[in-house]
Design a protein around this ligand. Structure first.
Ligand code: C5P
Length: 276
């Protein structure tokens, strides 16, 4: 079959349903044990092989997104060893804990693999700790510093994502941690109903939350607003923040919750979706 000349890919939002920090390596990177899911929406990319790399950023959240080598999409093409014309339609906020940059990089790597017939080179975690799980593109347990990815089945989870439009510098949050030797995730329940799964999730943690809230008080305000939503089955922060999520039994409840939050906080970024 001939190879395509252009591919279009979704770079879905990544959500850490739980994120346990279990240690620190000698090089300063942290050992994690995280359950990750992906949304049914995200950035959109189109990729074509060209003699030189060029990146165009469009879309509602394109503001301040670099169109040069600083962008992970560009670095991903270099890592793959190809040059490409890339259009990135930005729908996910930057530095938001939902893997915008990593998901974009994974989409470029997968797109270039489709265009060239070559496999994605090993070592993609060098681009960012979340890139390997984004390459898997499905719910997974993520361990090590992010390179150890085990796909897992979870129920589809109607969800609401909320970001107070404050960007968070991930290294600052990791540096600020007071405790780094926390217990890992217990066995992930397989075959659980949505309600059973959410009950299990409510027992888990995001070990970055306390530090993130102390450095960015808006995250605390978002978490409180999510805790008060009717019908929520659990809520937490994703990654190092500032995006937080709440889970629901039905898509309708998530949509109503989105309207409630938008009305009360028109300045926040709000999006309902389904995580799986
Ligand atoms: O790899 P990524 O760009 O997502 O990481 C941003 C920063 O977060 C790293 O430079 C590091 O300071 C911190 N980090 C960490 N341990 C991890 C992942 C990230 O300490 N497992």
């Amino acid at each position: 079959m001939p190879l395509p000349t252009k591919v279009e890919r979704l770079a879905p939002a990544k959500v850490n349903l739980a994120l346990h920090v279990t240690g620190k390596r000698a090089d300063g990177y942290h050992l994690l044990d995280s359950l990750v899911a992906f949304a049914d929406f995200g950035d959109r990319l189109s990729i074509e092989i060209r003699p030189d790399t060029a990146l165009t950023v469009t879309g509602p959240l394109a503001d301040r997104v670099p169109e040069d080598r600083r962008n992970l999409c560009w670095q991903a093409a270099e890592f793959f060893g190809e040059t490409a014309a890339i259009t990135l339609e930005k729908h996910l906020p930057m530095e938001a804990g939902i893997g915008g940059g990593s998901s974009d990089a994974a989409a470029v790597l997968l797109g270039l693999s489709e265009l060239t017939g070559k496999p994605v080179p090993h070592g993609a975690e060098l681009l960012g700790a979340d890139v390997p799980v984004c390459l898997a593109g499905q719910a997974a347990r993520m361990q090590g510093v992010g390179e150890d990815v085990t796909p897992t089945a979870i129920p589809a989870l109607p969800a609401l994502l909320v970001n107070p439009r404050v960007s968070v510098e991930t290294p600052r949050i990791f540096k600020g941690l007071e405790k780094r030797d926390n217990p890992g995730l217990p066995m992930i329940p397989l075959g659980a109903t949505r309600r059973e799964f959410c009950a299990w999730l409510r027992e888990q943690r995001n070990d970055l939350t306390e530090t993130a809230v102390s450095l960015c008080s808006e995250i605390g305000v978002v978490l409180k607003a999510l805790s008060e939503l009717p019908g929520q089955l659990g809520y937490a922060m994703s990654g190092s923040g500032a995006t937080c999520f709440a889970l629901f039994d039905t898509v309708g409840e998530a949509e109503l919750a989105a309207m409630d939050i938008e009305r009360a906080h028109p300045e926040w970024w709000v999006r309902d979706c389904v995580l799986s």
